[in-house]
Write a protein that binds this ligand. Sequence first.
Ligand code: NAD
Length: 350
Amino acid sequence: MVKTILLGLGARGKLYHEYLKSHRRQFEVVGVADSKLGVDWKELCGCALAAGKSTRSPDLAIIALPDRLHFKAGMASLRAGMNVLMEKPIACTFKECQQLVAAAKRYGKALIPGFVLRYTKQYQKVKAILDSGVIGKAQSIHHLNAVGYEKTAAAFCRGPFAKVSESGPIMLTKCSHDFDLIAWWTAGRKPKSIVSFGARGVFEKANKPETCEGCVYKEKDCQCVYLQGADVMEHQSTLIQYEDGLVVNFELETINARRGRCTRFFGEKGTMLVDEGEVRVRVFGKKEKVYRFQKETDHHGGGDVGLMKFCASLSADRNARFPAEDNILLAHYLAFKAEESRVKGKICRL
Ligand SMILES: NC(=O)c1ccc[n+]([C@@H]2O[C@H](COP(=O)([O-])OP(=O)(O)OC[C@H]3O[C@@H](n4cnc5c(N)ncnc54)[C@H](O)[C@@H]3O)[C@@H](O)[C@H]2O)c1
């Protein structure tokens, strides 16, 4: 039984809460903090610290607070002796990410980022195929994250992730998931440089139509997408070059009709195409193999469930670490460096 505290009961926190409540044999919720409930996260962490190593002390803190609170809440939870499931990004600067990972090592605790995609059946299959060597070593990888215009309007025009000064660059807030996948797929291969270009120009005041009639972004409360002062990139393309010749080409598109991720792996012996719910493997000279995955009803194609199962497994070994802790840093590092390259207009050495 994993004694769990939940910090933040917003959109993400509620999903975790539902999961915890419906898995009472694995998790016991011993505290929930949300400012809307009048409970600050610091109060719960203070109680956990005071409980020390007693039987009352919680094992796991789930942190689903706004990004800017992750670092402090994460440090406090680790200090209080808990494993930490931290929503992504784990922190807002790379230095803080490093400090968190170092603290997890120092306290001998797991720091599990909410990189849910790697827990989905589809991406687990992709990783297994890559590791099996059936398509040989990937020479290049094309990866697209197409956000979909409705989601973009809700999150990156009107929503909490519209302004860099308030939430951070989209490379971090949205694409840390993609950089996590890239770091996971290319484990053991060393990236050496990164370059990134991006732009915006659609959701701008000057483009506001004269009438809202017929506008696909029209909403009841009339928060016009063109007038929100959003400044995160609307599209951004990043190239990562590896020491062994691999090149990863990652493209973010926020204005498009079809929402989803799509990846092509070009290996020495074959290719693999990964699209929503489908993995197609074509080994040269052989028939194509197609693996299909049912669309799972829960969030993130089953990734949330996989993530929580992993957290439940920590009860057996309270000192277990996230198995790919180095990727936590690499995923964030790539996101920060992609943004640095775009802002400075130069290739960054990694
Ligand atoms: N893994 C994913 O795919 C994914 C998807 C969406 C969001 N996220 C991340 O999850 C986190 C939460 O996002 P969300 O969409 O649930 O946001 P949200 O705003 O809906 O929820 C945040 C909650 O934290 C509470 N809060 C704020 N300050 C607090 C404090 N001092 N003490 C206690 N509670 C406080 C707020 O009242 C709110 O209910 C963010 O880091 C976000 O980036 C991850």
